[in-house]
Design a protein around this ligand. Structure first.
Ligand SMILES: [Zn+2]
Ligand SMILES: [Zn+2]
Length: 432
């Protein structure tokens, strides 16, 4: 085991740096999916892409047709095979890889997210990707959350399964999921049924909390359910001096919605959040604004509180439109559910990681906030009677997630690979 991790460690760094240099936004991970798929095929996995991996209609918050087309053309230049592009056409990115040992045992699934963020990576010299020459080559796109690391860990785990399949039992499903940011992709893979007969499910994140490399957490507490929606207001424009009474002001409707969304009462059962992150409206000083666009998200500690926040937010947004006699179209662009990890997996992770070389400490639980769309997978597994958890893998973070100078210590990669392989191996009664 120790030898395996030591052997693969340099390859982990190579994979990570390659993914970091070529980041792709959600549902546009054409090149990333191709690279992952090719590698997984080489390792001997059965792979599924496009319609075979994901339910088309269950995706949320798709990029525009133009953006998708442009990205698909770029992928051709990169060398992605036509057959692959045909399968992924229109934002059907991501890959699912399965391995059946042919022996009775658990069905274990692991999820790794693969998308990047619309952030321009810093050009400051203190930033290690600049020093070591693996900065993002894409303008305004960056792996600023660590998903380049997650995919790498996924390939590390896949390499382990491939090399040790004779000593392993049961079945393995590895989900390389697109569009985690904004809560858009997991639902579509879940809808395909991948999680319906899973006994054990593991996912996780590097960083998030301030923990040193070598420290991991077996579970988390505190991920909130969330909904993300856009509201488009359509009014009537008119001359602001000559005929103001003929106009219907979309800007005022959006502004009324924005301020009143913050008046939703807190909920006595638990944590809530609401945020209006973007308001665009109007076209010029002397024109009654005809158009307005609002981007909103709500969060809640449980499904019920989340639903309460969402319903109230929709009601207020529509009421603001009605107040100003403008039309309002609401589009749901992202959603996550709350996560409750199975505490029975804590001793399993702790046991499995005993006598580890890279894993130094296993915390039973880490307190987190924010949201995660792995929630769909976790909840599905649990609904069907399986057990699921979301783990954290410690690394020092000089800058927070989603920051232009975000970076993590690459030493976390072997730690995570060791932890997950021990959990899916020894944790499930296998030998090495
Ligand atoms: Zn993120
Ligand atoms: Zn993330």
């Amino acid at each position: 085991m120790k030898d395996f991790i030591n052997q693969i460690a340099p390859q982990l760094v190579k994979w990570r740096r390659d993914f970091h240099q070529y980041p792709e936004l959600g549902f546009m991970e054409y090149v990333t999916t191709y690279k992952l798929g090719k590698e997984l095929e080489r390792l001997g996995f059965q792979i599924y892409i496009g319609e075979d991996a994901m339910e088309r209609e269950a995706r949320l918050g798709l990029p525009s047709e133009t953006d998708l087309k442009e990205k698909e053309n770029e992928a051709i230049k990169y060398g992605v095979e036509k057959e692959w592009l045909d399968s992924m056409h229109g934002g059907m990115t991501g890959v699912v890889a399965t391995w059946d040992t042919g022996k009775p045992g658990d069905h274990t699934a692991l999820r790794f997210d693969i998308d990047a963020l619309p952030i321009q990576e810093t050009n400051q010299e203190y930033h290690i990707p600049n020093q070591e020459a693996f900065t993002s080559t894409e303008m305004q796109v960056m792996h600023a959350c660590g998903h380049d690391g997650h995919m790498t860990i996924g390939l590390g785990v896949a390499s382990y399964i491939s090399a040790h399949h004779e000593q392993l039992n049961g079945r393995f499903t590895l989900l390389f999921q697109p569009a985690e940011e904004g809560g858009r992709g997991a639902r579509a893979m879940t809808a395909k049924g991948w999680l319906d007969d899973v006994d054990y499910f593991y996912s996780g994140h590097i960083g998030i909390n301030d923990m040193p490399v070598g420290t991991i957490s077996a579970t988390v507490k505190g991920f909130l359910s969330s909904t993300k929606f856009n509201a488009t207001f359509k009014g009537v424009s008119s001359h602001a001096g000559m005929k103001p009474e003929a106009g219907k002001n979309a800007l005022l409707a959006a502004a009324a919605a924005a301020t009143n969304l913050y008046t939703i009462p807190r909920h006595s059962d638990g944590v809530t959040r609401v945020n209006v992150g973007k308001l665009l409206a109007g076209s010029g000083r002397n024109i009654i604004p005809e158009d307005a666009h609002l981007e909103v998200e709500t969060r809640g500690e449980t499904k019920e509180i989340g639903a309460y926040m969402h319903e109230e937010a929709i009601r207020i947004t529509k009421a603001a439109a009605m107040m100003h006699q403008v039309e309002c179209k609401i589009e749901n662009v992202g959603v996550t559910e709350s996560i409750f990890c199975d505490e029975s997996l804590i001793p399993r992770v702790q046991e499995a990681c005993r006598e580890s070389v890279f894993v130094k400490e296993v915390l039973p639980v880490a307190r987190v906030s924010g949201s995660e769309d792995a929630s769909f997978m976790i909840n599905r597994v649990q609904e069907k009677g399986g057990k699921a958890t979301y783990m954290l893998f410690g690394t020092k973070l000089n800058y927070p997630h989603h920051h232009p100078a975000f970076d993590f210590q690459e030493e976390v990669l072997p730690v995570a690979v060791e932890a997950l392989t021990k959990v899916i191996g020894r944790g499930h009664g296998n030998v090495y």
